[in-house]
Design a protein around this ligand. Sequence first.
Ligand SMILES: Nc1ncnc2c1ncn2[C@@H]1O[C@H](COP(=O)(O)OP(=O)(O)OP(=O)(O)O)[C@@H](O)[C@H]1O
Length: 743
Amino acid sequence: MAEELVDREVASEQAFVDRVYLQLERAGKAAQQLAKEGHSRGRLGHEGGLVERDAMVFQAAKRIAQLDAAHEGLVFGRLDMTDAVDPQPRYVGRIGLRDDNHDSMLIDWRAPAAAVFYQATAAEPREVIRRRVLRCTGPRVVGVEDELLDAEAHSDAEAAGRDLPIVGEGALMAQLSRARDRSMHSIVATIQAEQDKAIRAPGKGVVSISGGPGTGKTVVALHRAAYLLYNDRRRYESGGVLIVGPSGVFMRYIERVLPSLGETAVALRSLGEVVDGVRATRHDEPAVADVKGSERMAEVVRRAARQQAPGSPTEFRVFWRDDRIVLDRGALGRVRRHLMSQGRRNKQLPRVSAALLDAMWRQVRGERGREEGREKFDDEMLSRDDFLDFALAWWPPLDAPTVLSWMRDPEFLARVAEGVLSTEEQRLLLKSWVSTGSTTGTAPTSDLSIEDVPLLDELRYALGDVPQKADDERDDPLALIEGAVDIQELMTAADREYAPSGRAWAPPTHSIDDDGFAHVLIDEAQDLTPMQWRMVGRRGRTASWTIVGDPAQSSWPAPEEAAAARAAALEGKQSHDFHLSTNYRNSAEIYDFAAAYAGRVGLDADLPDAVRRTGVPPTEIVAADGADLEATTREVVVDIARQVAGTVGIVVPAARRSEVNAWLASWPELADDAKGARAAIDSAVPPPGDDRVVVLTGLDTKGLEFDGIIVVRPDEIEAESATGRATLYVVLTRATQLLTTIS
Ligand SMILES: Nc1ncnc2c1ncn2[C@@H]1O[C@H](COP(=O)(O)OP(=O)(O)OP(=O)(O)O)[C@@H](O)[C@H]1O
C-alpha cells in the first residue's frame, strides 16, 4: 500500500518534470536560434553588426551553458503552501523557467521566492504545509521525500479536498548516506536553515563562516558564490569571482559544484595558482614553509627588489668636449636612491636615462661643453650605443622570477636578510632553492613551491609592471629608457566592475593592475600563512569577501601572526560572522573518536553535532614495521574497499608516501575484485579516471572526504610538523563510513 502511494506520487511528479524538460528544450532552441541570428548579422560586416553579434552570441552561449549544466536534477523541490497563500504547488529548481505565457514554472533556488523552501521549519512553518524533495536521475524522478511542517494546516487542506500525502524518510538523511565519489556535489535540495542564512548574506564587507569539520563550510561557500552571481550578475561577472582553496586536488574536488548550479564565470585557484600564469603544486618541508610564510619575508623581498642587479656595471665613463665624465659608485648610488624614492622600480624605466643625464651634465664644466648646451649633450648621449647599453644594463627591466633567483646566492641572501632572518633560516631557504634549480640567470617558474608563490607575488608588486610599449616599439628594449613611453591604459578592478555588462571576467594579463576581483572567497582560511594573506589581500582590495575556516584544523604554527596579516588584508571592511553547528560528513561514531582525540591532545576544537549513526565504530590496529605493516595495510584496504561503494583514502606520513604507493601497485586484488578500485600511483598527481583508492599525506586531505579512511602510522603524521596534531585531527574527520588506524 505504502509502495503504491510512493509510486503514485513519483508518477505525478514525473508528469510535471516532463513538462519542465519540454519547456527547457524549447528555451534551448530559442537560445540557439538567437545565436544563429547573431552570427548571420555579424557577417553583414559593418561595425554595428559586429557589436550586436558579440552581445547576442554571448547571451545565447551563456544561456545554453546554463541549460546544459542544469540537466542533472533540474527540478528538486516542491512547496505546498496554505490555501490563503497559494493552493497551487510551487516548484524550485537549479534555474528559473517560465512557460509560454510567461508564468513561472520553476523558481530559481536563489530567488527571494525560493528562500522559504530552505528557511521554513516545523517550529516556524511560514505558511508551508509540506516540503517535498524530488530525487532525480537526469530527467527521471526516482523518489520523493516529504516533510510535514504544519499539521494543523495539513488537516484543513485535506478537509478542503487537497491531496497532500507525506512519504519518504527525509531528504537530508538519504542525501548524507550516499556513496562518495571524486567530486563534491551541490546541496541545493537539502540546504539547512543555518546554512541558508550564510548563503544569502548580502555581498558587502566580509562574510566569515566558521564551524567544525564536515559542517558544510565549503559547500555553503560555493552556493554563496552562485547566489551572489545570481543577485548581482553585472558586478560579479565583470569584476570576477576568485575562489582560493588549499590544493589542486581540492580544486578538482569542488570544481563541478558551480557549473552544476549554472555558474561558470569564476576563477578557481589553489594557493599555488593565485598568481596569473604560475602553477605550483609542491609543498616545501614544514620547517622551510614556516620561514617562507612568515611576514618577515616581506621585508627581505622588499630589500631584494631594491638591490643592484648582480653583475650589472658599477661605473660609466665618457669624454664630451673638454670634460671627462665619470659616473662612479657614489654618483650612481645617488641616482639609484633618487629613482627608488619615486616609486616602483620598473615604473622608473622611462626616467632612467634622464636621471643619468642629469648627473652627467652636472660634471660638464668646460666652456665649450657648457656653450653647446644641455640639449645637444642629451641628443649626443642618447645616440651613443655605449650609453644606452650602460643604462639598460644598470637598470634593466626586471621580472619577479629573476629577482627571486638572485636570492639563491648565499651572499646576496645574507645581505637582504640581515637582521631579519637567522643564519639557520637562511640555510633552510638556500637548501630549498638550491635543490630545485640553478643558482644563476633567470629562473623558470616551473620549479616553484606553493610557498614560493607569495614571495614571487610580493616581488611583482615591489618591482611593478614593466611599462608597456607602443606597438611599433615592442621589439626594441631600448625604447623603454628613451624617455617618453606610451603606457597602455590598463583597467582597474573598479573600471571592470562597472564596465558595460555582457563581458565576462577578463582573461589573465599578468599585469598587477588586473589582479583585483569583485569577490574573493577563501576556503580553509585557517591555513593561510601571513605571506599568503598578503597575496590574496591584493586581489580583494575593493572586493567583498567570503572567508571559510576552522581554527582547530590549522597547520600554521603562529596563529597571531596570521591573524594580524588577515586583519591587514581586510582592513576597513565590516565582518559578518556565521557559525555552522552540525557535522554532515562523519558518522557520529567516527566524529566522537576524532573529537576525543582533539580533547586528548589539547586542541581547542569547535565540536559540531554529527547527526548520522552507522553503528560501526572506528578500528585501531597495531602492526610492526616492515612486512607486517604492509600485510596489515593490505588486508585493511582491501576489506574497506569491498565494504564501501565509494572512495577510499590511505593517509600516510609524507616520508612513507612512495613506499605505500609501491605496495599498492603490487596488490592485484585491488584491481580485480574490490569493486573497480585501483591504486593511484602518486598522490601529488590526482589519479586519472575513477580510481576509488588513493594515497595521500595528511596535508593532502584538507577539505576532502572519503567513504573509507585508513590512517597508516598516525603517530608519525602527528610528529611530522609543529602542527601535526591539528593535521591528524583533520585526517580523522575525513571518513563518512569507515575509519581504521594502523599504529
Ligand atoms: N545541507 C546539506 N545537505 C546535504 N549534504 C550536506 C549538507 N551540508 C553539508 N553536506 C555535506 O557534508 C559534507 C561536508 O561538507 P563540507 O566539505 O562543505 O564541510 P566543511 O565544513 O568544509 O568540512 P571541513 O572543514 O572538515 O573540510 C559534504 O559531503 C557536503 O556535501
